[in-house]
Write a protein that binds this ligand. Structure first.
Ligand code: IVH
Length: 665
C-alpha cells in the first residue's frame, strides 16, 4: 500500500516537473491550467496524508513558509568574474585583435549571446539536486538566497538525465518586462516606492527574507556558464549550453555561433533594433571565445577573462517638449520636481512624465517650461531628462523658481540637512497625509486591500481621516456617503481594514513611515523587541546595541516614539483594536509545553541542533527514542527506523511543515 502511494507521488511529481519544464523553460504548454492545478492539488493532498514521503525537490516544496532571519554567505571555489565592456564595432575589432595575438592564430570561433539585464547568480547542484542558489556578491563571496531561488519555476530543483556529481550553473535571474511593469503599477497604486528598472526589482526580490513574496514576483532564469564542476560538460561553450538544455536548465534561445568578428558585429547590430521585441531587458551582447582550450590559453586580466567581452548598446533617447513642471510632495514632506512632457514614444512605451530628481539637478540642467529636452530611460524604464536643447529654447522662458511654499498646502518649506531636498514642514499638509496613508495601507506595509488611491484622497479631503488611526474608526455609513461607493464596496473596505488589524508587527512598524525605516529594518526591530510596547520604550542605547541598526536609524526611531503626537496616534491605534501579530520567536513560547518529540531524518530548514533548540524554545522536550510516551515523531527526508517504530506504536507522525504550523498556531 505504502509502496503504491510512494509510486503515485513520484509519478505525479515527474509529470508536474515535465509540465513546469515545458511551460517555464520551453515556453510551451501541453495541458490547461486547470489540468495542471488538478495534478498539483492531487500531489499536495497525497503528501499531506503521507508526510514521510515529502522530499525537498518536490514541486510542492518550492516556497518556504518561514521567513529567514538573514542571509548566510557562500564562498565560490571558482570566482564569478565580471567582463570588460565595449561600445563600438571598432572596440570589438580591437578585442578580436587581442584574441588573435593571444592564440597566435585566426583559427577560432565565437559564441554571441544576449546580455540579460538581471542579477548574476550561481546555482549549485549536487547529485542532480539544487542545494544552493546565491548571488554574485563581490565575485568571491555571495549571499545565499537559496530559499528565494527555489521559488523560480524555470529553475529545476532536480536536474534531468545524467547530472555530474557537482555542477555549479551560472546565469542571470531576471524579471520579464511585463511582470516588472505590473509590479510597479501595483506598487504605485499602493503608494510604495517604485523600482527603477527590472534589474533593481530582481535584486530586491532576491534579497527578501520572506520567500512567499519572492514567489509572487515572477522571476525567471537563463543559464550561461559553469562554475565548479566535477567533470567538464562539453568540449566547448556551445556544447556546454546544449548539455544544460538536456539537464532541464533554461538556456536563451537566441544564442549564435559566429566564425569571425564581422559576423559577431553583424549579430550585435541586429539586436540593437530587435531588442524591443524581447520579453525581457537586455543591455547589450556578450561575445565569448567558444573553445575551452582557447580560453585556457587566453586566461585572465585582473578581474575579467581575456576571452569574453560585452558590447553595450547606447541607451535609447527621444526628444520632446516640457509642457509644464509640477512639484510633488512625498510622505515625509520631500518635494520632487516632475516634468510633464508632450507624449513621446520611447523604448516600447509612451512617456508623458519624467523625473527631475531634485532641485539641484534641475538647476544644473536649467530645465524650463517650453524647453525641448532629450529624455532617456534610466535602466531603460524610468524616463529622465538628460539634456536641454538650449539652442531651441523659445523666447521669454523663465528659469524654474524654487518653491517658497508647499504646492499642496501652501505651508513653509525648508532645505533638509544634506541641502539637496526641499521639505514641506507643515504637519497638517494634506498632500503629505495622503502619501502617508497610501504608504501605511500599501502592500509592503499593512496591506489594506481595498483602500485604494482615490478613496484615500476622498477620506483625507473630507477630513474623515486625519491620521492612520482614523482608518480604524471608519464606519460603513461614513463610506457610503462618499462618491462612487456602493454598499458592497463599502463593506469590502471595512472588511479589509478589519483584516489588517492583526498583521505582523513589522508591517505596522514599517507602515508608520518612520524616517530611514524600510521593511528590512522594521523586521529587524520587530524581531529584536518582540512587541510594540518594548519597541516604544526602547532607549537610544537599546536601539544602538542592535547589530543591524545604525546611529541614524536609532535616533529616528527614538525620536518618532518620543514625539507626543506620534505616541497618541499609536495609543489610538491600539484603542481601535489593532493587535499586531508578534514575531514567531516570542510567540512560539509554550506552544509545545509538556510535549515529548522525537526527530528522525533530514529536515530542510533545521540542522539537528537547531530543531532541538526550536523544540526547547517552544517548551517541548526532544528525546532520541520512540516509546508510547512520545507525543509525536517529526519525520524529515530519509527517515530511519524511528518512523517504523512510531507507526507500529501508533505514535502520531508529522512533517516539517506541520511542525512549523504548530509553532505558528
Ligand atoms: S558571461 C566570465 N553571459 O553580465 C563570464 N554574462 O558584466 C561571466 N550577463 O556579471 C559572464 N548576460 O551578470 C555572461 N549571456 C551572458 C550574460 C552575462 C548577462 C551579466 C552577468 C555578468 C555581467 C558582466
Amino acid at each position: 500500500m505504502a509502496k503504491e502511494v510512494k509510486k503515485q507521488v513520484e509519478r505525479l511529481r515527474n509529470e508536474i516537473r515535465r509540465h513546469d519544464y515545458f511551460y517555464y523553460v520551453l515556453n510551451q504548454q501541453e495541458i490547461t491550467d486547470q489540468q495542471y492545478d488538478k495534478l498539483f492539488s492531487e500531489l499536495k493532498s497525497l503528501e499531506e496524508a503521507n508526510p514521510q514521503f515529502i522530499t525537498s525537490d518536490s514541486p510542492t516544496q518550492r516556497v518556504s513558509e518561514r521567513p529567514l532571519d538573514g542571509f548566510k554567505t557562500v564562498r565560490y571555489a571558482i570566482p564569478m568574474l565580471s567582463i570588460d565592456n565595449t561600445y563600438s564595432p571598432e572596440e570589438l575589432k580591437a578585442f578580436d585583435e587581442r584574441v588573435a595575438k593571444g592564440l597566435e592564430s585566426r583559427d577560432y570561433g565565437y559564441v554571441v549571446e544576449l546580455k540579460i539585464d538581471g542579477v548574476a547568480s550561481s546555482l549549485r547542484y549536487e547529485h542532480g539536486l539544487l542545494v544552493t542558489g546565491a548571488t554574485r556578491g563581490d565575485g568571491r563571496v555571495g549571499d545565499d538566497v537559496t530559499a528565494n531561488v527555489r521559488t523560480i519555476k524555470a529553475i529545476p530543483l532536480r536536474l534531468t538525465g545524467d547530472a555530474p556529481d557537482v555542477l555549479e550553473v551560472r546565469g542571470e535571474v531576471y524579471m520579464p518586462t511585463k511582470s516588472f511593469a505590473a509590479l510597479n503599477k501595483q506598487r504605485e497604486k499602493e503608494g510604495e516606492t517604485l523600482f527603477a528598472n527590472p534589474r533593481n526589482a530582481t535584486a530586491g526580490s532576491l534579497k527578501l527574507l520572506d520567500s512567499r513574496i519572492t514567489a509572487k514576483r515572477n522571476l525567471a532564469f537563463f543559464a550561461y556558464a559553469t562554475g565548479e564542476t566535477s567533470q567538464p560538460l562539453g568540449k566547448d561553450h556551445y556544447e556546454t549550453l546544449q548539455v544544460f538544455k538536456k539537464l532541464g536548465l533554461p538556456v536563451n534561445p537566441n544564442i549564435k555561433k559566429a566564425k569571425n568578428i564581422d559576423e559577431v558585429i553583424g549579430i550585435c547590430n541586429s539586436w540593437d533594433k530587435k531588442r524591443e521585441q524581447l520579453e525581457y531587458q537586455i543591455d547589450g551582447m556578450v561575445v565569448k571565445v567558444n573553445r575551452l582550450d582557447h580560453r585556457e590559453i587566453l586566461g585572465f586580466t585582473g578581474r575579467a577573462p581575456r576571452w569574453c567581452i560585452s558590447y553595450k548598446f547606447a541607451a535609447e533617447q527621444a526628444e520632446t517638449v516640457v509642457e509644464s513642471i509640477d512639484v510633488q510632495v512625498g510622505k515625509g514632506g520631500t518635494l520632487t520636481p516632475v516634468a510633464n512632457l508632450k507624449p513621446v514614444f520611447l523604448a516600447g512605451t509612451t512617456v508623458k512624465r519624467a523625473s527631475l530628481h531634485n532641485f539641484d539637478q534641475m538647476k544644473r540642467l536649467d530645465v524650463r517650461e517650453g524647453d525641448t529636452v532629450v529624455i532617456e530611460k534610466a535602466g531603460e524604464i524610468i524616463p529622465q531628462v538628460v539634456e536641454v536643447k538650449k539652442e531651441r529654447r523659445p523666447a521669454h522662458t523663465v528659469s524654474f523658481k524654487l518653491p517658497k511654499k508647499c504646492p499642496n498646502c501652501g505651508g513653509d518649506v525648508k532645505k533638509d540637512e544634506e541641502g539637496v531636498f526641499l521639505r514641506c514642514v507643515n504637519p497638517h499638509c494634506l498632500g503629505q497625509l495622503k502619501e502617508r496613508l497610501r504608504y501605511f495601507a500599501g502592500r509592503g506595509q499593512m496591506d489594506i486591500e481595498n483602500l485604494g488611491e482615490a478613496l484615500i484622497d476622498q477620506l483625507a479631503e473630507t477630513g474623515l481621516v486625519k491620521n492612520v488611526a482614523d482608518i480604524y474608526k471608519l464606519q460603513k455609513e461614513d463610506l457610503i456617503e462618499l462618491e462612487r461607493m456602493a454598499d458592497k464596496s463599502a463593506q469590502n473596505v471595512i472588511d479589509s481594514i478589519e483584516a489588517s488589524k492583526t498583521r505582523p508587527l513589522w508591517r505596522l512598524v514599517a507602515g508608520l513611515g518612520i524616517r530611514h525605516i524600510g521593511v528590512q529594518t522594521a523586521q529587524d526591530l520587530a524581531e529584536h523587541f518582540g512587541s510594540l510596547e518594548a519597541l516604544m520604550n526602547a532607549g537610544q542605547a537599546d536601539l544602538d546595541a542592535i547589530e543591524q541598526v545604525g546611529e541614524k536609524v536609532a535616533e529616528s526611531v527614538y525620536e518618532f516614539f518620543h514625539n507626543n503626537k506620534n505616541a497618541s496616534v499609536i495609543k489610538e491605534l491600539l484603542a481601535a483594536g489593532i493587535k499586531p501579530e508578534l514575531p514567531k520567536k516570542a510567540r512560539a513560547k509554550g506552544k509545545l509545553s509538556g510535549k515529548t518529540i522525537v526527530v528522525t531524518g533530514t529536515l530542510e530548514k533545521f540542522s539537528r541542533g537547531q530543531i532541538e533548540e526550536a523544540i526547547r524554545d517552544a517548551g517541548g522536550k526532544a528525546t532520541s527514542s520512540v516509546s508510547k510516551a512520545t507525543d509525536f515523531v517529526l519525520a524529515g527526508e530519509d527517515p530511519g527506523s524511528k518512523l517504523d517504530k512510531a507507526l507500529k506504536l501508533g505514535v502520531k507522525v508529522i512533517n516539517e511543515k506541520q511542525f512549523l504550523a504548530m509553532l505558528e498556531r
